[in-house]
Design a binder for this molecule. Structure first.
Ligand code: 13P
Length: 251
């Protein structure tokens, strides 16, 4: 199964969410392409709108971009995993590099959030990835394996976890597109250590229609976690088509 999804990050009005989700529901009225698991991670404000526009039988999994590890309490500005679940989330994105860099997310808080997410029966999308300096020093594999080990410490059963490898140097408008050779060693190591134990291992960082096919061919890549290229519904549907084509080629 190839997982193909997007986080809208801090983008999108309710009107945008309604339009995007309505068009997605129409495009997937007969189900997702065979072998493809779509997912959308809107801002939390738009989650129920997206859920309602997609409808109860949608194959699209929804998520939140962050959740606190406690179930409730005096944590101003946070939302909890049960709150996210009630609003329609099946996925909780945890440890994105933007949260680690700008919001003080650490391996320790990532671990607490992973465990809360699993305790409530949701799936963590655990984001890991190295900086340009670590990449240039040739330490990507060690860094990423260390992040995953820390995030999954004391997790007895990681089988519901989705790992997203997103090298920081490849993310966003200042990122550079990764070549398959850049990311292959990390995927080889992740697949070797975690491939049989987690749900899927995704790649994220400047994914676009021009590099998606080559990225999906990297051994160990089970899908794509997309930002900018999926922030229009046509962009997202195009990437779902590319993934469907990749599934068909392998079959
Ligand atoms: P871009 O695809 O815009 O580089 O963002 C990737 C990402 O951070 C997905 O979580």
């Amino acid at each position: 199964m190839l997982w193909v999804g997007t986080s809208w990050k801090m983008n999108g009005t309710l009107g945008f969410a309604r339009d995007y989700a309505t068009r997605l529901a129409k495009a997937l009225a007969d189900g997702a392409p065979s072998g493809v698991q779509p997912f959308i991670i809107p801002p939390a404000t738009a989650l129920t709108v997206v859920r309602d526009c997609l409808g109860p039988d949608s194959p699209v999994l929804l998520g939140v971009q962050n959740a606190h590890w406690e179930d409730a309490g005096a944590w101003t500005g946070e939302i909890s995993v049960p709150q996210a679940a009630e609003a329609g989330a099946a996925l909780v994105e945890i440890g994105h590099s933007e949260r680690r860099e700008f919001f003080g997310e650490t391996d320790a808080t990532v671990n607490l959030k992973v465990r809360s997410t699993l305790r409530h029966g949701l799936r963590p999308i655990l984001c890991v990835g190295e900086s340009a300096a670590v990449f240039e020093a040739g330490d990507s594999v060690e860094h990423v394996l260390g992040q995953v080990a820390a995030a999954l410490a004391d997790v007895a059963d990681p089988s519901r976890v989705v790992i997203a490898y997103e090298p920081i140097w490849a993310i966003g408008e200042h990122g550079r597109e990764a070549r398959p050779a850049d990311i292959a060693p990390v995927f080889a190591a992740l697949a070797d250590e975690w491939g049989d134990r987690v749900t899927a291992i995704l790649y994220g960082g400047s994914v676009n229609p021009g590099n998606a096919v080559d990225t999906l061919r990297v051994p160990g890549v089970d899908g794509l976690f997309v930002g900018r290229a999926a922030w229009t519904i046509d962009g997202y549907l195009g990437l779902l088509d590319i993934a469907a084509g990749a599934v068909a080629q392998v079959a």
